[in-house]
Design a protein. Structure first.
Length: 220
């Protein structure tokens, strides 16, 4: 196990890298580790709404640049660039995808499938009101994607790899480009967030955060 100091060092190391060294590439082994931490990430009910699209094609990256204003320095220089997609209607309690996950992936006994499915229905319909609109359901799925995003960036930092989450883009224009390029089926998926990985080319500025006492409330 790594030490507590090593964990904190990784968090101090990690920053939103605006430009990477284009000559330095992440090894296949290291990037598979980063992807695996995304795959192993927790999600609500364990229903894994995400899909990780690794965009290495230079032409596609260049097509994205005019509409992804938050990645002007990262798209041309990142070793690896990932679009995290999330499922839309497939995340409904009564979808074939949810049934497939419970029976074929989680391998639950049929009686557990029925109980979990009913609990998921109540959760979506009554407790979180996720079925009031397609947007509500999709936004809930995207919350799960950010868990995977954080884990992937932390894993990268632990092995000395830089990253930058990307939210600065025109969502419709970006999804249109990904759709035309054949990597996004807009009927089933939407874009949750993007993230760039690589090695920094410029020094990191000192990390600035609010003090713990302004952020933490203890209830005893």
């Amino acid at each position: 196990m790594i030490t507590k100091d090593e964990v904190l060092a990784a968090f101090h190391f990690r920053h939103a890298c605006k430009q990477f060294n284009p000559e330095k590439k992440i090894s296949d082994e290291d990037f598979e580790l980063i992807l695996e931490t995304g795959r192993l990430s927790p999600s609500s009910f364990g229903f894994e709404p995400w899909r990780f699209v690794v965009i290495q094609n230079p032409e596609l990256r260049e097509k994205l640049r005019p509409v992804v204003w938050g990645a002007q320095g990262q798209l041309p220089t990142a070793s690896h660039y990932v679009a995290i997609l999330c499922r839309k209607g497939d995340m409904r309690f009564d979808s074939r995808f949810i049934a497939h996950l419970m029976r074929d992936v989680q391998r639950l006994p049929e009686e557990v499938v029925q109980k979990k499915g009913e609990k998921f229905r109540v959760f979506q319909e009554n407790e979180f009101n996720l079925l009031e609109s397609e947007r509500a359901l999709f936004d809930w799925a995207c919350k799960q994607a950010y868990i995977a995003l954080g884990n992937m960036m932390t894993a990268a930092a632990l092995i000395g790899i830089d990253s930058c989450p990307i939210e600065g883009y025109d969502i419709k224009a970006t999804e249109d480009i990904l759709s035309v390029s054949g990597v996004l089926d807009k009927e089933k998926f939407g874009l949750a967030v993007m993230v760039a990985f690589g090695y920094r080319i410029n020094p990191q500025s000192a990390k600035v955060r609010q003090p713990s006492e302004d952020l933490t409330v203890w209830v005893k």
